[in-house]
Every structure is written in structure tokens, then in C-alpha cells.
Write a new protein. Sequence first.
Length: 375
Amino acid sequence: MAQDTETLTLERTPLDGLHRALGARMVPFAGWDMPVQYAGVMAEHNATRNAAGLFDVSHMGQILIEGTGAAEALESVVPQAIVGLRDGRQRYAFFTNDNGGLIDDLMVSHQGDRLYLVVNASRVAADLAHLRARLPDVAITHVTDRAMLALQGPQASAVLSRFVAGADAMRFMDHRVISSDYGALFISRSGYTGEDGFEISVPADRAEALAQDLLSDEQVTPAGLGARDSLRLEAGLCLYGSDIDEGTTPVSAGLGWAIQKVRRAVGDREGGFPGANIVLREFLHPPERLRVGLRPEGRAPMRAGVSLYETEASAENLGQVTSGSFGPTLGAPVAMGYVPARLSAPGTRLFGEVRGKRLPVIVSSMPFHPHAYKR
């Protein structure tokens, strides 16, 4: 009975009925009732790699920032260069706290007269509170009347172009507001799979019509959170709450590349964001622990929480796996985690403790599977 009560409190996306009609297995995720799989994680993973997968990502938070100086205001809470971001372009960003930790990672798009943010579902309330406390002079709107779909894979462009004119001309990290039969769509050529594809914000009352039309193409397979996770792991992408959190700094997480030179030391707009002194110092004096890719030997996955050791007999736990699974594309397990910087070089052999046994794991470069973005 308690489980039923909990289920009743979960949010449901505008595609909830479609998921159930398609036979999805539903699970609680970040306060939402979400499809984890339909035909199976491996089948959906491979379908996305080889053709196209359609994901419901309506649980993600959508936020608009409007008003004079919106870009300058947002730069005061992120280390990224938002001033100068061109109309129709998108940028990966993150909110930092006063200790340089990551409050959330997000996407920022320039829509001409406003900024459009997509944030993690688990962090919507925290992000809104952070923005409203720090940016009192701009309008901040939590968008709740739109759904979001992610069409990912090598056939995504050809499929979407059948229904939305102009989508095929977009490049990676382009963002467009496009009029369509489904209302005004906010479309970015991006995603969370390492594949080419699009994220599409659509009016909630037209979301199912768009999803049904996309699924009518034989190249498109409905895909759930399970395949989304295995795809992002093979792509070497962080999951908030697992691989990054408020105790993780950008450089330790391997995200220093996302801070443009203009915001770094001696840049024209150096610092000015929470924790800037700590974050910028780490470019000169790297942190003691770093996020690395890990390739377990054999076929047994090393999942989140597995302790890492320098040798098979070491007593000291030197780190742990933060994400881990079997990689369907690679036909082998993959993982990521944090280790001391001195042990972070690719090729370093460590040991993970799985069910009381120390098993070898090799530090690896990421991504594990090459990205296929349209540059």
C-alpha cells in the first residue's frame, strides 16, 4: 500500500499514456514516473546507435531568463561565456557554489530576446531558488506547459526533417525556435547519447502527436532511461548526483574544457561567479582527485559504489566507481570514477572490490565510444 501511495505522488509526463500503450516498464525517477525500457535496454541502445531512438525527457526542467542584462546576469552564476553567445546557439554550462562545487549542469540557449535553460529534473527547485536569490533584476520563469523529446541516432536528422522543415540544416549545438504543425518548437541539435540528434521542446498538448508521428517512421524505436544511461556512459558524459555534485569541482570532474578562456585567469571577464577563486586556482594547481574512465577486465560490470584500490592487497580505499554498467556497443563493461591524480593516467591498473573479490580495472581515456555529432 505504501508503494502505491508513493506512485500516486509521482509526476507524469504528457506522454504517460503513450508509454503505457507501448508496454513500457515505468519506474520512479527524480519525482517522476518514467519509462526505463520498452523492448529492453540493449535493443533500445543498439537501435539508437544504428538508426534512431526516441526518448521522453519531459522531466527535465525548462527555464526562461528575460530582461535587460540577462546574459550578464547569468554570467554571475556560471563560469561560462554567456555574453556574446550568438542568437541560435547553445552552450553547456554549470552553476557553482561558493566552494566551487557543482550545483547543477545545464544547457543554455540564446533565443534572441531571452535565454532558455534546460536543467536536471532532480535540481529544478534548487536551481530556481539559486537563480531567484542571485538574479533579482531579471525575470525567471519556470516553464511547465511544455514537454521535451530527444530524437537521437544517425537517422534522427532524416526522420525529423520529414515533419519539421529546416531541422536538417542545423549543426551541433545550434538552437532554433521553429513554427510547425505541433506549435512553436524549441529545437537544439544536441543530446545525451554521444550520437547526432535533437532535443525538442514542444507544447504539452501537442507532444503525443509529435511522438506518434516520429514513431511512425520504421527507423525510430521508443527508448527509455536505461538505454539513455548506457549510451551516455559509453559517451563519457556525467550524470548529476552520481559523477558530479555540490562537492565536486569542474576541474576534478574533467569539465574544465567547458570554461572558456575569457572567464579564466587574465581573461577579459575573469571570475565573477561563485567559487571562482577555487575553480580558477585548480587550472594552475590541479586537484588531488580526478574523474577517470575505467575498463574492468572480464565481463563483470563494476557499478556505482565499488571501492577502488591501488593493488590487489592494498588496505587503503583510494576511490570509488560513480557510474558503471555493461556497454552494449563495446560488448564489455565500462565505468567512471574518482582516483588520486597520481593514478589517473590511461593504462594505470587498479583493482575494484566486487562481492568481496579484488578484480582488475584499467584507467581509460573517454569517451569509450566516439561521439558522432554533426559539426
